[in-house]
Ligand binder design. Structure first.
Ligand code: UD1
Length: 433
């Protein structure tokens, strides 16, 4: 059992160096890409040990893959024969389960996928994925809450997304990698995780150009081979620790990252007056008691400010001087954390997808509940800065995305402890969540 509640004794400046984990959102599509193989092996390095990674591993095992995972190294052996029906108990735990849809259709000619779950951050349809798969020749039906996809053979196509969806771009890149001919993906997502997936697919033998730009060209092959690849550093985890230093008036350095991946955050911190030191593979933010100013932020697809950092930057801006404004343009309803923030003394006014934050000099500890992964991380940040004791409940969301969070925070000087489980509602088991 992992505890589901954390006690934080706040008010201590966090200082020191932490290294970034491998990126959850790069590891999940890389794992799904293994399904394109037939009697072959994919070996991935720097895979973070997280709940979502175990959920994806469970899904791949259900489909027939054999997986070993230890010390950040994951080997996935994919047999000649795969199952193509996915189990709803695993799929409903994580939206990224939808990433197996394209690979299964391309590899098996059919797939059944219950409509996936995931973080509670607004309506999250997969219509772009389905429309693009049908343009490539899949027949798609929705029956009893599940997507049923089948095809007599896919063909390359020109796909143009209405919005640069990360998951839809990944699903179609993988599908196209096993489809002969050249597929063009326009208005593609440009996130670093897309480039990492392209590297995995190239290592398998697909030809891909343009990843990291708005147009990706994939020339597929029916015979992809054994491959090895390394997962990129987690820019969201790294950014969260950087803000842990900022919000507590400390000085945190995050190492083992590509500073270019977090440029949207560092630009805003500089604008707000936080002194930064940006090296080739590390960034440090030294607030050390300095005041910093409110800023205006709009979440956008990469290279814009990431929506996955919106709750954490909001937590920090609650304690900045003056007023800040955040426009959330990627998801509807991604302000579920605001009610909990207010319980700690934050002053936030929400109108539609805009939040106006009046900076306050201090916040105070309270019992608060995490509604999703990044909301949970943001509540931990607020608790670290708050006067008195904070208890953050429903940490099961946080374990989905932060590896060794207790150790890393403590190494920076955080006074935190996990509270004992108080029965089935206060705990989750490591396999299920
Ligand atoms: C990925 C990330 C998630 C991040 C998000 C945006 C993973 C595993 N998850 O999620 O952490 O918050 O990118 O950076 O990498 N949309 C549709 N129809 C679709 C697909 C998306 O309307 O078929 C909408 C979504 O509802 C949302 C927006 O497009 O409003 C962005 O979603 P998308 O980029 O697809 O996010 P995910 O891939 O789900």
């Amino acid at each position: 059992m992992i505890s589901d509640r954390m006690l934080i004794r706040g008010g201590k400046p966090l200082s020191g160096l932490v290294s970034a984990q491998g990126a959850k959102n790069a590891a999940l599509p890389a794992m799904a890409a293994s399904l394109l193989l037939r009697g072959r092996r994919l070996k991935l390095s720097r895979v973070p040990d997280l709940q979502d990674i175990h959920t994806m591993a469970g899904l791949l095992r259900h489909l027939g893959a054999e997986i070993e995972f230890s010390g950040g190294i994951m080997t996935i052996d994919v047999p000649e024969d795969l199952k193509w029906e996915t189990p709803s108990d695993l799929v409903r735990q994580m939206r990224a389960s939808s990433l197996v849809l394209g690979p299964l259709v391309a590899r098996c000619g059919r797939a059944v996928l219950p409509l996936p779950g995931g973080c509670a951050i607004g309506s999250r349809p997969i219509d772009f994925h389905l429309k693009a798969l049908s343009r490539m020749g899949a027949e798609i039906d929705l029956e009893q809450g599940s997507v049923h996809a089948r095809t007599g053979g896919l063909s390359a196509a020109r796909i143009s997304f209405d919005f640069p969806s990360v998951g839809a771009t990944e699903n179609i890149m993988m599908t196209a990698a096993l489809t002969e001919g050249e597929t063009a993906i326009e208005n593609a997502a440009r996130e670093p995780e897309i480039v990492n997936l392209a590297d995995v697919l190239r290592a398998m033998g697909a030809s891909i150009e343009g990843d990291g730009t708005g147009t990706i060209l994939v020339r597929g092959s029916r015979d992809l081979g054994d491959a090895e690849a390394t997962i990129i550093p987690d820019r969201i985890e790294a950014s969260t620790y950087l803000l842990a230093g900022v919000i507590t008036r400390g000085r945190v350095q995050v190492g083992g990252i590509d500073p270019g991946h977090i440029a949207a955050l560092t630009a805003k911190l500089e604008e707000a007056g936080v002194p930064l030191d940006i090296g080739p593979e590390a960034v440090s933010a030294a607030r050390e008691g300095l005041c910093w100013n409110g800023v205006t932020i709009k979440t956008l697809p990469y290279p814009g400010f990431p929506t996955d950092m919106q709750p954490q930057i909001m937590a920090a801006l609650c304690l900045a001087e003056g007023t800040s404004v955040i426009h959330e343009s990627v998801f509807d309803s991604r302000y579920m954390h605001v009610g909990e923030f207010r319980r700690m003394g934050c002053k936030i006014d929400i109108q539609g997808n805009t939040a106006v934050i009046a900076g306050v000099p201090r916040v105070s500890g309270a019992e608060v509940h995490a509604s999703d992964l990044r909301a949970g991380a943001a509540l931990i940040l607020l608790g670290l800065a708050a006067e008195g004791e904070t208890v953050v409940c429903e940490l099961k969301h946080v374990w989905r995305g932060y590896e060794m969070l207790m150790d890393k925070m403590r190494s920076l000087g955080a006074d935190i402890e996990l509270l004992p489980c108080d029965g089935p509602e206060g705990a989750l088991d490591e396999a299920g969540g």
